[in-house]
Design a protein around this ligand. Structure first.
Ligand code: NAP
Length: 524
């Protein structure tokens, strides 16, 4: 399938006329063909109009029809073959094995939501039958189901060009919920976005669904992305990216005449807490796995371990020596974009120039397009006094904070902002300290893990990839896993409707054979 640099609006494909831009080869910094044209306000208006028109038809499709759409998207994605992987490698600098794995994850995410649809409990159907003879007052018949919110705007991430982009978790969960999707393509991988967008466009056509179920817009600046969030026909936003980008879109959404939810996954430093017995038993092996996690994919994971917390001791110093030795041997790596590389380097330089943090080690230096990993250390007192040290440096950069005792460790955890993950490294002898910390950790993170690192996010039913601000804009949900569908649904209650007027999900005969709660009791 050729990449033509075209906007995909409903069933049409056409070059945008509002400014141009090109993808940049991440390794060589050379511009890649073709030239992409940015969408105009008219294009935006047309995509939103089509999405709004499609909504009622699309939401009335059965869960099985939407599951078939997700399956068709998955097969069309696979049918793109190596052309997709090659283009994505050029645009992102990510290696083949990583992207092939990410394609597999994207396909399995689509499959997961198809499974959620076929199973049906996401609708949360509840029936409280009438009791006309109840005393002192009769009880009405109440029935509840979830319905989709409406057209959703999706902003994909630079660091997951497949799994968190055009056909990624936000699009898959919104389409599963019954919401048309308009994607604002990430300017760092427009060719990848167009290929995947065409695979979705084809699937919508093959499944005989209204064309407005999916559109893909390129933006040569920021006005189309912002206009999309401001458009009254858009009813929710999914975003993965920077804190500044997420907050800017949250503000636009909040200032609308009708404010809408923005599900933004933004910034985290994912603390790792090393408890004393674990350090005494295995400082060196924890150091090895820490550096492997820190430098995986040039550190460009939202769950990258950017902070190590431990009580100071000779074994912590051993850990620091072992981690430093391991880090020095790590080759420099190409980052996703020259801009991300520059901001990583600027972040490391800013820390190097501070008098209150000490550089422990740096990785091997590389070419101009590459970034070297870095490890710093500081005291808990400095960390507590300097909020700037709690901010994410996106890339393979981490800070060790030496605490003098458990109480100081707790103070440091208290001072942290919301996180996607917090990891605890412990042995049996550390359980008592861990149990003191757990209630505090729950308040800070969406996922707590033991003797591991947050990189590697399992896509499943019990996963939370979320957390309090600024990890996300809404800590009540997740952007990974089947629970993500709930972001794009809202409950509606039907009181005393005749059976013939009820949606099939709630009719007495249960024609869709759904699991439902009858008087609070789950029946399947
Ligand atoms: P980004 O710059 O926030 O971009 C994400 C998407 O939002 C892009 O489509 C971007 O448009 C758009 N956007 C950003 N700011 C906007 C604004 N003010 N108005 C309208 N649209 C806006 O994120 P990124 O490019 O993926 O990565 C850049 C930085 O984000 C990294 O250096 C890192 O700090 C952080 N990051 C964090 C995570 C995480 O999960 N914690 C993941 C990825 C990145 P354009 O395509 O036009 O830029």
């Amino acid at each position: 399938m050729p990449i033509l640099g075209e906007l995909l609006i409903g069933r049409t494909a056409r070059p945008g006329q509002n400014g141009t831009f090109q993808a940049i080869d991440a390794a060589s910094a050379q511009a890649l063909v073709p030239v992409f044209g940015g969408a105009s306000l008219d294009d935006l208006d047309q995509a939103c109009a089509l999405a709004a028109q499609a909504f009622d038809h699309y939401r009335a499709t059965t869960p099985a029809q939407r599951a078939a759409l997700l399956d068709a998207i998955a097969s069309n994605l696979l049918a793109l073959g190596d052309a997709l992987i090659q283009r994505c490698m050029s645009e992102t600098g990510l290696p083949r094995a990583r992207l092939e794995g990410e394609r597999g994850r994207t396909v399995s995410q689509l499959g997961l939501f198809a499974q959620v649809l076929r199973e049906g409990s996401y609708l949360d159907c509840r029936i409280d039958p009438a009791q006309p003879l109840r005393q002192p007052l009769p009880k009405v018949d109440l029935r509840l189901r979830n319905i989709p919110l409406g057209p959703v705007a999706v902003f994909g991430a630079s660091n997951f060009p497949l799994a968190f982009s055009v056909a990624g978790g936000d699009s898959a969960s919104a389409l599963a919920a019954g919401c048309p999707v308009i994607v604002k393509a990430h300017s760092a991988h427009p060719g990848t976005s167009e290929l995947v967008g065409r695979a979705i466009q084809q699937a919508v056509r093959d499944c005989d669904l209204p064309e407005g179920v999916f559109s893909l817009l390129f933006d040569s600046g920021r006005s189309i992305g912002q206009g999309l969030v401001a458009d009254p026909r858009i009813k929710a936003v999914g975003f993965t990216g920077s804190r500044s980008g997420g907050v800017a879109l949250m503000q636009i959404a909040a200032n609308r005449h009708e404010p809408i939810p923005v599900y933004a996954e933004m910034s985290a430093i994912n603390p790792v807490i090393l408890l004393p017995s674990a350090l005494a038993e295995r400082a060196s092996s924890i150091a090895d796995s820490f550096i492997a996690s820190l430098t995986l994919g040039a550190g460009q994971f939202c769950t990258n371990p950017g902070l190590i917390l431990a009580i100071d001791s000779p074994t912590l110093r051993q850990f620091e020596l072992a981690a430093s030795a391991r880090l020095q041997a790590v080759p420099a790596q190409t980052m996703l974009t020259p801009g991300i590389c520059q901001s990583y380097r600027a972040g490391v330089v800013a820390w190097r120039e501070r008098g209150d943090v000490q550089l422990l080690a740096e990785g091997d230096s590389g070419s101009e397009q590459q970034a070297r990993a870095a490890l710093f250390v500081t005291s808990a007192q400095t960390f507590l006094a300097q909020p700037a040290l709690r901010e994410e440096v996106f890339g393979a950069c981490s800070l060790i904070v030496r605490c003098k005792d458990l109480s100081e460790l707790q103070q440091v955890i208290h001072a942290l902002e919301g996180q996607l993950t917090i990891a605890l490294h412990l042995s049996a002898a550390d359980h008592q300290q861990a149990s003191h910390l757990l209630p505090l950790l729950e308040r800070k993170a969406g996922r707590i893990l033991v003797n591991g690192f947050g990189t590697g996010v399992e896509v499943g039913h019990a996963m939370v990839h979320g957390g309090p601000f600024p990890a996300t804009s809404d800590s009540r949900t997740t952007s990974v896993g089947s629970l993500a569908i709930q972001r794009f649904l809202r409950p509606v209650s039907y009181q005393d409707l005749p059976d013939a007027l009820l949606p099939p999900e709630l009719q007495q005969a249960n024609p869709l054979n759904l699991p439902r709660r009858l008087n609070g009791e789950l029946r399947s």
